[in-house]
Structures are given as structure tokens and as C-alpha cells.
Design a protein around this ligand. Structure first.
Ligand code: SF4
Ligand code: SF4
Length: 85
């Protein structure tokens, strides 16, 4: 499992230099992302470095996202079920 950056990111660049694994990158449009193949969730450290420094708390674990929004987990919401039945 890995962390990822949500759309609330304000591109402040606080997180990128803090990652011990070089997992955070910025693209040419200034969008930040985390390479899931490199993110170890900061195993061995007291807390995820990127999460600790992000001023807008936009770095989440995938399972936190899906728990907050069942649509992202592929589960049908009551309105979605009505629309398909
Ligand atoms: S949780 Fe740790 S390893 Fe993963 S992106 Fe953030 S700083 Fe890097
Ligand atoms: S610290 Fe947070 S707001 Fe700043 S670039 Fe990283 S993810 Fe985006």
C-alpha cells in the first residue's frame, strides 16, 4: 500500500524534499504525485514524512479514501443502485 496526493494539493513543494525514498515527483504542469512502487509509507520512521509536512493535509492512504467514499471502492451507493435497477 502507498500514499497518494489528492486534488487538494496546492503545489507548495514541502513534501518532495522530505521523502526518504524519492517517491514524490512534480510533473511539467506542477502537479505532484507519489510513485506507489517507491512509497514505503515511511516504514521504520515514526510518521510518514510527507503527511507530516503537508499544510493542507491532502496526502492520504488509498484505504482512507475508499473508506470515506464508497464510490471509490467500487461499491454502489443507494442512488447508483436506483439508477441501474
Ligand atoms: S509516505 Fe514516506 S515514502 Fe511514501 S511518499 Fe510519503 S514520504 Fe515518501
Ligand atoms: S506538501 Fe501537500 S500541498 Fe504541498 S506539494 Fe506536497 S502534497 Fe501538495
Amino acid at each position: 500500500m502507498a500514499y497518494h496526493i489528492t486534488a487538494k494539493c496546492i503545489s507548495c513543494d514541502m513534501c518532495l524534499p522530505e521523502c526518504p525514498n524519492g517517491a514524490i515527483a512534480m510533473d511539467q504542469e506542477g502537479n505532484y504525485s507519489i510513485d506507489p512502487a517507491r512509497c514505503t509509507e515511511c516504514a521504520g520512521f515514526s510518521a510518514p514524512a510527507c503527511v507530516s509536512v503537508c499544510p493542507v493535509r491532502c496526502i492520504r492512504r488509498r484505504e482512507e479514501e475508499t473508506a470515506a467514499d464508497p464510490r471509490k471502492a467500487g461499491k454502489k451507493t443507494p442512488s447508483a443502485r436506483r439508477a441501474t435497477s
